[in-house]
Every structure is written in C-alpha cells, then in structure tokens.
Unconditional design. Structure first.
Length: 57
C-alpha cells in the first residue's frame, strides 16, 4: 500500500505565526510550577521533580 503526502507551501494569505511575549511564558511557567509544588532550589533543576510529581499524582 502506497500513500503519498503533498506538503503545500504557506500561502500569502496566511498571517505569520506569532510568538507569545517572553514575560507571558515566564508567568505561565511560574504558575505551572506553583501548582505542581516543587520550589526552586540551587542544587538542581526543578523540572524533573515537577514531571515526576505530575506522573505520580
């Protein structure tokens, strides 16, 4: 069975993608980590404990 995909280039009518402001991303991350509970510490990265807390809940 053969399937073909055609990728069409973006048209001129589509607006360019916009990125959210960096401050909004930082605020979102702070709120997310506050809900998950791990406090930032200087010894390690808090994303791993945050992911583990989410997986284990």
């Amino acid at each position: 069975m053969s399937s073909t995909f055609t990728i069409t280039p973006p048209t001129r009518n589509c607006p360019p993608r916009r990125r959210p402001p960096e401050g909004a991303v930082d605020k979102h991350n702070r709120n997310l980590f506050a809900k998950l509970g791990p406090a930032p510490d200087e010894a390690g990265h808090r994303r791993v404990p945050a992911v583990l807390a989410r997986v284990n809940s």
